[in-house]
Design a protein. Structure first.
Length: 127
């Protein structure tokens, strides 16, 4: 009886741990927010191959841009858009583990953290 109860408890603990880790990996807290300046010269047109699962997610364009977090740390980010975005606009990207960029929104330059502003300005001036 003790052996059976121990096996059940161990199984429950393993299932909860694996399920919790899986949930965190897919839907966990955002890895962070990053800021980019749109450069339409750095886009790639995506071609939908149709089918049940569309790997492009219905996005016509893919942007790959240098992005900066609130501490000014750079990371290359790739994300999709249904249409060409306004050139030189500033975007805030929400990034989640495994899933990558899950959301983007246009923001004003003054709404960007100071260290990210500095890095974006350096990028714009080619420094």
């Amino acid at each position: 009886m003790y052996k059976k109860a121990s096996l059940i408890i161990t199984t429950v603990i393993v299932v909860v741990a694996v399920g919790g880790f899986g949930w965190w990996m897919l839907f966990g807290a955002p890895e962070g927010r990053y800021y980019v300046q749109v450069d339409n010269a750095k886009t790639q047109e995506l071609e939908s191959k149709g089918g049940v699962i569309d790997p492009t997610g219905g996005m016509a364009l893919q942007y790959t841009l240098p992005a900066y977090d609130e501490n000014g740390v750079q990371r290359e980010m790739t994300f999709g858009a249904e249409r060409e975005l306004r050139d030189d606009a500033y975007l805030r990207l929400t990034v989640m583990p495994v899933r990558g960029v899950t959301e983007w929104a246009e923001v004003q330059y003054d709404d960007i953290p100071a260290k990210a502003q500095e890095r974006l300005a350096q990028e714009q001036h080619g420094e």
